[in-house]
Design a binder for this molecule. Structure first.
Ligand code: FAD
Ligand code: NAD
Length: 467
C-alpha cells in the first residue's frame, strides 16, 4: 500500500488547488477522483460549460437584436445548438486537460476511483474497472463537493425534469422552459435558452430573484430579463411537477394559497445544491456532519478528527469555486505550519446573466438589520460614455460606506462586465479603503470602471461628476 503525506479526495476547484499547493509545499500528495476527468463540478458541469453556453447564446442574441443598430446587416442568424454544445465540450476538455497537466507538472499522484475511508488513515479506492486499492495517508483533505437538491415529491427524470447537468446537454431548444428557482443557476441557464428563443418562466419561492444579494440588484435584473421575454412568478411555491413523454406540468401556489398550473416541454429544477458525501465512509473515520449533511470544521477547516480537513461545497459557506480554491490553499498552508487567513466577507458573488451582477461585502438590507450607520452612492450605466458606446446602459453601481469613517462596506454592481469589475471593490475592501480613496484614484476613460469611481464620488458628499 502506497503512503502519502496528504491525500485529497475530489478534484474540483477545491481539491485540485489544494493538491497543487500541498505539492508546492513539499508534501507527497495524492488526488483521488471518481470520474475519468479532473476538475469536478466546476469544470465539467458547472462554471465553465455554463459560461461557454452563456457566451455563445449572447453572441446569437446580439446578432439578432443589436447588430442592426450597430450597422451590421446579416441575412438570417440561426442558432445551431448542437454546435454550441460541441464547442462547450471542447472548452471543457481543454480546461480539464489543463488540470491533468498541472497534476503531472506538480508531481501529484492521480488515482481514479471512488474513495471510501476505511479508517482515519486508510482510504480504499474502487476503480471503474472494479479493482479496489488502498492508500495510507498522514492527512486527508475532503473536497467532494455537492450535488443538485430537489424538492420533496418531485422526481428528476433527467429527460423532461432536469437539473443543470442535463440543461448543459439539451438536444433541442425548449419551446417553454419552466425554471424552478430564481437563483444563480435558474437565471444563468434560463438566459441561455431565452436568448436562443425559448419562452422561460421562473417560479421563485421568495418575493425576489437572487434574493440573497442586495435587493436592488434582483429588482433591476428582473426588469431587464423581463424585457428579454422572461416571465416571473415570485412568491410562488412549486407543489407538483409531472412529466409526460413530451411535456411537463408544474403546479405552484402563492402565499395566499392560490394555485396556478404551467405547461412546458422542459422543467429545470434549480433550488440549490447539497453536500456530497455518499459512500465516503465518514462514519469509519469518525468525521461528523451537521443537520444539513455538511462536514463540520473548525477555523482551520480541520474536522473533528485530527489530520482530516474539509473544504469547498461539502462544508458551510458560499458554494463557489473561488471560495473552494481559497480554502484548498488555506488548508495546505495550515498543514505546512503557516498562518493563512480567508476573509469570507470579501468573497465576491457573481451572476453571469447580461447585464452581469456582482457583489461583495454587506448588502444594504444587512446594514439596516445590524444597525450600521451607512451612506450610499449610486451611478447608473446610462450616464457612462463607455456603456453608451457598447449599448450596455442597463444597471448601476452602488457603493455602501460607513457614515462616519467612509470605509467601503459593500459594493453591488449590475451592468456590463460587472464580474470583472468587482475585483476593484475586493482589492479596495481588503485594504479597507474609504469611498473617497477610490473616488480620488484615476480610472481610465472611457471604461465601465469609471462608474465605480462615480458611485464612490456619490457616496462621498454626493459629488458625482457625470450625473
Ligand atoms: P466539486 O467541484 O463539486 O468537486 C468535487 C469532486 O469530488 C467531483 O469531481 C466528484 O466527482 C469528486 N468526488 C466526490 N466524492 C468522491 C469520492 N468519494 N471519491 C472520489 N471522488 C469523489 N461557482 C462559481 O464560483 N462560479 C460560477 O460561475 C459557477 N457556475 C456554476 C454553474 C453550475 C451549473 C453549477 C452546478 C455550479 C456552478 N458554480 C459556480 C459552483 C461551483 O461549481 C462549485 O462551488 C465548485 O465546483 C465547488 O468545488 P468543490 O471542489 O468543493 O467541489
Ligand atoms: P440558489 O440557492 O442560488 O437558488 C435557489 C432558488 O430556489 C432560491 O432563490 C430559492 O428561494 C428557490 N426555491 C427553493 N425552493 C423553491 C420552491 N419550492 N419553489 C420555488 N423556488 C424555490 O441555488 P442554485 O441556483 O440551484 O445554485 C446552487 C449553487 O451553485 C449556488 O449556491 C451557487 O452559489 C452555485 N452557482 C454559482 C454560480 C455563479 O457563481 N455564477 C452559478 C451557478 C451556480
Amino acid at each position: 500500500m502506497e503512503s502519502f503525506d496528504v491525500t485529497v479526495i475530489g478534484s474540483g476547484p477545491g481539491g485540485y488547488v489544494a493538491a497543487i499547493r500541498c505539492a508546492q509545499l513539499g508534501f507527497k500528495t495524492a488526488l483521488i477522483e471518481k470520474y475519468n476527468t479532473l476538475g469536478g463540478t466546476c469544470l465539467n458541469v458547472g462554471c465553465i460549460p455554463s459560461k461557454a453556453l452563456l457566451d455563445s447564446s449572447e453572441h446569437f442574441f446580439n446578432a439578432t437584436t443589436h447588430f442592426k443598430e450597430h450597422g451590421i446587416d446579416i441575412k438570417e442568424a440561426k442558432a445551431n445548438l448542437p454546435q454550441m454544445i460541441k464547442r462547450k465540450a471542447l472548452v471543457v476538455k481543454q480546461t480539464c486537460d489543463g488540470v491533468s497537466f498541472l497534476m503531472k507538472k506538480n508531481k501529484v499522484t492521480v488515482i481514479t476511483g471512488h474513495a471510501t475511508f476505511k479508517n482515519a488513515t486508510v482510504i480504499s479506492i474502487a476503480g471503474t474497472d472494479g479493482k479496489v486499492s488502498e492508500v495510507e495517508t498522514k492527512r486527508t483533505i475532503i473536497a467532494t463537493g455537492s450535488k443538485p437538491s430537489t424538492l420533496p415529491g418531485i422526481t428528476i427524470d433527467k429527460k423532461r425534469v432536469i437539473t443543470s447537468t442535463e440543461a448543459l446537454e439539451l438536444k433541442e431548444i425548449p419551446k417553454h422552459l419552466i425554471v424552478i428557482g430564481g437563483g444563480v443557476i435558474g437565471l444563468e441557464l434560463g438566459s441561455v435558452y431565452a436568448r436562443l428563443g425559448a419562452k422561460v418562466t421562473v417560479v421563485e419561492f421568495m418575493d425576489s430573484i437572487i434574493a440573497s444579494m442586495d435587493r436592488s440588484l434582483g429588482k433591476e435584473l428582473q426588469k431587464v430579463l423581463a424585457k428579454e421575454g422572461f416571465e416571473f412568478l415570485l412568491s410562488h411555491k412549486v407543489t407538483s411537477v409531472k412529466s409526460g413523454a413530451k411535456d411537463v406540468q408544474v403546479e405552484a401556489e402563492n402565499s395566499k394559497g392560490e394555485k396556478i398550473k404551467l405547461s412546458g416541454d422542459y422543467c429545470l429544477v434549480a433550488v440549490g445544491r447539497k453536500p456530497y458525501t455518499e459512500n465516503l465512509g465518514l462514519e469509519s473515520a469518525g468525521v461528523k456532519t451537521d443537520e444539513r449533511g455538511r462536514i463540520l470544521t473548525d477555523d482551520n477547516l480541520q474536522t473533528n478528527v485530527s489530520g482530516i480537513y474539509a473544504i469547498g461545497d461539502v462544508i458551510k459557506g458560499a458554494m463557489l469555486a473561488h471560495k473552494a480554491s481559497e480554502e484548498g490553499t488555506l488548508v495546505a498552508e495550515v498543514m505546512a505550519g503557516q498562518q493563512p487567513h480567508i476573509n469570507y466577507r470579501l468573497i465576491p458573488g457573481v451572476v453571469y446573466t447580461w447585464p452581469e451582477v456582482a457583489s461583495v461585502g454587506f448588502t444594504e438590507e444587512e446594514l439596516k438589520a445590524n444597525g450600521t450607520q451607512y451612506k450610499a452612492g449610486s451611478f447608473p450605466f446610462k450616464a457612462s460614455g463607455r456603456a453608451r458606446a457598447s449599448m450596455d446602459t442597463d444597471g448601476f453601481v452602488k457603493v455602501l460606506a460607513d457614515k462616519t469613517s467612509d470605509e467601503i462596506l459593500g459594493v453591488h454592481i449590475i451592468g456590463p462586465r460587472a464580474a470583472d469589475m468587482i475585483a476593484e471593490a475586493v482589492v479596495a475592501m481588503e485594504y479597507r479603503a474609504s469611498a473617497e480613496d477610490i473616488a480620488r484614484m484615476s480610472h481610465a476613460h472611457p471604461t465601465f470602471t469609471e462608474a465605480i469611481k462615480e458611485a464612490c464620488l456619490a457616496a462621498t458628499e454626493n459629488r458625482a461628476i457625470h450625473i
